[in-house]
Design a protein around this ligand. Structure first.
Ligand SMILES: Nc1nc2c(ncn2[C@@H]2O[C@H](COP(=O)(O)OP(=O)(O)OP(=O)(O)O)[C@@H](O)[C@H]2O)c(=O)[nH]1
Length: 456
């Protein structure tokens, strides 16, 4: 007896790694090969007589209907992809080839499980997307928001919390928290406490779950370690749509992705630190020389265009060297920070107070109503700086020489304004020194000139 492939087709269909489906016009499964149990967890008897669409994940049903209609209209289709829900709840990615068998009024479809490939594709796509987000996001919370979107598309994550240490001085805190599907309070504090407890014993840190009751329902948050180049930098917590927890496959994917998220956050943090130190003075946190020049150039251009008035105050602390010499550099640093804080107090929020270096500061006052306003501000600074600076020993008294320049009166460009203010400041310093020398010549009031003495 000659056996043809066709006569063996039932055996072949059951042996195939792909699964063969026969579906009628109404979308009911008429027959299916044995491989369906391997792919979807159901035996053929459990599927036959059921609507095929009932096994498709809800988000893919509309597209699947369109595709079925195409096949039913006689088009032979190869490569359509959709997702099914496995008997154990997992989502299975499937690729189809299908044709309509008009004689029998049946759709013949061959389904291939492509879940593993799709997971690898998604892992790669998520890695690229996270790295791109790290370049494009404006700040750390913007980056977290973008990452949340990426993870939501990847595995479904309406809720996300990030616990991290944005600056080494501040310690761990919640830097991002959102749950789109839930209005009640997020378990951020519980997460932070849990994180602190695990971070305290780094060797026992194992990715874990945080359980939290919200709206009478118990939600499970997956807690993932955020890896940085030098070790863990925080934790990422995710809640899935059902709140019941992620499948082992999704957890595996998320552990991998969490390392990328950790690297992206760390990169962003380093970038922000670099940007900050390029523009701000480390000691006082004021804008530095570079940022000041940028601001004054813009301010002069604006004042020229709007025909408004600018004030530039050049402030140099008097006899600052003596503070360092007598009290040490740390006391000098503390004094410079105090001077910076007092100068900021004297300025409006729209003004710029910057440290040019050493004991030299500048104030850029925009939109002055009258020329006298700049001198008034200088008087205020002198009075404020004249207040004693408390120290562990005796209070310190400092003074400052201040030079004022006005736009447009003293110059219509940055260089001339700076030269004018600088020259005025030195003139004040010279005359102060002359007065002091004369006083000392008279043998009087050396206490008044000694910054350590308590004189003004
Ligand atoms: N503590 C501390 N000292 C600094 C810093 N930067 C510069 N200095 C010191 O500040 C002092 C500045 O001194 P000068 O401006 O030259 O002199 P002065 O004693 O203020 O004298 P006059 O300006 O002529 O009144 C120098 O001794 C610098 O070493 C800093 O960041 N911290």
């Amino acid at each position: 007896m000659v056996h043809s492939i066709r006569s063996l087709s039932a055996n072949i269909a059951d042996l195939l790694l792909d699964v063969v489906f026969l579906v009628d016009r109404r979308g009911i499964i008429v027959d299916v090969s044995a491989g369906c149990e391997r792919m979807l967890g159901y035996r053929p008897t459990e599927l036959i007589g059921q609507y095929m669409l009932d096994f498709v994940v809800p988000e893919d049903r509309a597209l699947t209907c369109v595709e079925s209609a195409r096949v039913q209209s006689g088009q032979e289709r190869v490569g359509f992809e959709n997702r099914y829900v496995h008997k154990d709840g997992r989502r299975i990615d499937v690729m189809w080839s299908a044709r309509w068998i008009a004689d029998h009024g049946l759709r013949l479809g061959v389904a291939r499980d492509i879940t593993a490939r799709k997971r690898a594709d998604r892992r790669q796509a998520a890695t690229y997307a996270i790295s791109e987000a790290a370049h494009q996001a404006g700040d750390l919370s913007g980056l977290c928001e973008r990452i949340h979107g990426i993870l939501d598309r990847l595995v479904g994550a309406p809720g996300m919390i990030v616990v991290a240490d944005p600056t080494p001085q501040q310690g761990f805190k919640v830097i991002y928290q959102r749950d789109d599907a839930q209005r009640s309070r997020l378990p951020s504090r519980a997460c932070l406490a849990r994180w602190r407890a695990t971070a305290a014993s780094p060797n026992t840190l194992a990715p874990d779950a945080v359980r939290h009751v919200a709206g009478g329902r118990l939600n499970t948050w997956l807690m993932l370690d955020l890896g940085g180049p030098g070790g863990t930098i925080g934790a990422l917590l995710l809640r899935d749509h059902g709140g019941t927890g992620y499948s082992p496959a999704d957890r595996g994917l998320l552990h991998f992705v969490a390392v990328q998220v950790g690297l992206a956050l760390e990169r962003k943090r380093l970038h922000d630190d670099l940007t900050r130190s390029a523009c701000y003075d480390e000691l006082t946190s004021l804008p530095n020389r570079r940022l000041f020049f940028d601001r004054i150039r813009t301010a002069v251009a604006r004042a020229r265009r709007c025909q408004s008035r600018l004030g530039l105050l050049y402030v140099d602390v008097d006899d600052f060297k003596q503070i360092n010499d007598r009290h040490g550099h740390a006391a000098g640093d503390a004094l410079l920070r105090e001077v910076a804080a007092r100068l900021v107090e004297c300025a409006r929020e729209s003004d710029t107070v910057a440290r040019l270096g050493g004991d030299e500061f500048v104030l850029l006052l925009e939109d002055l109503q009258a020329p006298e306003d700049a001198e008034r501000c200088a008087d205020k600074i002198r009075a404020v700086l004249g207040q004693p600076v408390p120290t562990l020993e005796a209070p310190l008294y400092i003074g400052a020489s201040i030079g004022v320049a006005l736009f447009p009166e003293h110059g219509d460009n940055v260089e001339t304004l700076l030269m004018h203010a600088d020259a005025r400041m030195y003139a004040k310093k010279r005359s102060r020194k002359q007065d002091r020398d004369e006083d000392q010549g008279d043998g009087a009031g050396s206490a008044a000139s000694d910054p350590l003495s308590g004189g003004t």
